[in-house]
Design a protein around this ligand. Structure first.
Ligand SMILES: [Zn+2]
Length: 427
């Protein structure tokens, strides 16, 4: 056992195991309990009891202050990474149940996700902490604790699977297929994405803590969780709860079209016609010429900048954030109109990576609200002083996008195994 200081109090982290559990149990059980107490107390409220006990057993099961956990080496004391990580993970999970649903006392049979989902999410945070606090527990090839549930990419297979066997998270546990994915993995992943990609850690953690404190020793329902997260953060999350918890929609966002434009004060034939139609002096206007149209190459060569073109500057400034407007001062020369489409039902922030001709990159995150007036597609105007050579949506796989073949421009052509086979046969 070891004492864990939580606020003014010492809590005993305790392990009970037979010698057959060693060397795993003597090394990692008590540290896992202690680490759980620290992370969960930070994310919610201090563990209110004097002791937390982990008992070596054939399976994982939670009770107030005591839980039973699996993970045993073979007779010679050898064990795989899977056994080690599985044991640490299950201890964190079962100790974590003291908070959800035992103290924040939701109804497990009615809303399984409110304890398994919230607990699995906090387990993920605790596992990542554990890997940092006890790097000696990690295998040489692992830079971080290899959490099974929580990372966005791990839920893709489930969410992109056969819709006949997927139920919304809000479905009563007894009535769902794929119980583990439905009640544990998907809500844990949703909350992880909400924290890392939608709200940011500060806002999320503040609101999550507020929920736990408001509802400790009480009986919250899903609305209490949803409302507290919105109320404490002042962020409208209706769209997020609706998509992730009440539907079986998945994320799929892609790049539908990219148009390139050059800007010029010299009208082409089309520009002259337009000026005539609106009875304006053609020289008083500025023109965007789409790639491929007459005058595009010339316009690119004249190196015109938006600063030389006050009319167009005023017009396009409305399309950009203050930050982007500030960058406008660098006299952009390349103009793009990018249409993103959303074949998937889920609304998600639009995370975009731009790669420039000189090899540098930049990233923009457009909030989920870009979809508010059009759920199918959204168009962004981009001005740049450097030529953009490629664009990628969700470059770090943060949104659980189920189909990444439409995430890049120009489209990445991947040779199929069949094509490779045909090539091989030809030789
Ligand atoms: Zn559980």
């Amino acid at each position: 056992m070891m004492a864990v200081k939580l606020g003014e109090k010492d809590v005993m982290a305790v392990s009970l195991y037979s010698k057959e559990g060693n060397p795993l149990w003597e090394q990692w059980s008590t540290k896992s309990v202690a680490s759980t107490l620290r992370t969960y107390s930070r994310m919610t409220f201090d563990y209110p009891y004097h002791k937390a006990i982990s008992v070596h057993a054939p399976m994982g099961m939670e009770y107030p202050m005591i839980c039973f956990n699996f993970g045993r080496p073979d007779k010679e004391g050898n064990y795989s990474d899977r056994t080690k990580y599985g044991m640490i993970g299950v201890i964190i999970h079962e100790v974590g149940h003291n908070w959800f649903p035992m103290i924040v006392n939701s109804d497990e049979r009615q809303w399984t996700w409110m304890d398994e989902g919230l607990n699995t999410f906090t387990q993920y945070v605790a596992e990542q902490d554990f890997g940092k606090w006890y790097p000696g527990a990690l295998s040489p090839n692992d830079k971080a604790f290899p959490s099974r549930r929580g990372p966005a990419k791990n839920i893709v297979r489930y969410m992109g699977g056969d819709q006949d066997y997927i139920a919304p998270i809000m479905t009563k546990g007894l009535n769902t297929y794929q119980f583990g994915n439905n009640a544990y993995s998907k809500p844990a992943t949703a909350l992880n994405i909400l924290r890392e990609t939608v709200m940011g850690r500060d806002l999320f953690d503040y609101s999550f803590k507020e929920y736990a404190n408001r509802w400790k020793f009480k009986h919250p329902t899903p609305e209490d969780f949803f409302r507290t997260m919105e109320d404490a953060s002042a962020v409208d999350l209706d769209w997020f709860w609706r998509g992730w918890f009440y539907t079986t929609d998945y994320t799929d966002i892609g790049i539908k079209e990219v148009k390139r434009f050059a800007v010029t004060g010299t009208p082409n034939e089309n520009g002259k016609r337009l000026a005539e139609r609106y009875n304006r002096d053609p020289k008083s206007l500025v023109y965007f010429i789409e790639e491929g149209a007459e005058g595009y190459e010339d316009a690119i060569k004249t190196n015109a900048s938006i600063d030389d073109l006050p009319t167009v500057k005023e017009y396009i400034m409305d399309n950009f954030t203050p930050k982007e407007q500030k960058e406008m001062k660098i006299a952009p020369k390349y103009f793009y109109q990018i249409t993103f489409d959303k074949p998937g039902g889920l609304v998600m922030p639009l995370i975009v990576k731009f790669t420039y001709a000189d090899g540098t990159t930049s990233r923009e995150t457009y909030p989920a609200q870009v979809w508010r007036l059009n759920d199918k597609e959204v168009t962004k105007a981009i001005a740049s002083d450097k030529e953009i050579v490629s664009i990628q949506v969700d470059p770090d796989l943060e949104t659980a996008d189920v189909d990444t073949t439409n995430n890049t421009w120009p489209k990445e052509v991947k040779e199929s195994d069949f094509d490779k086979f045909k090539e091989a046969v030809k030789d």
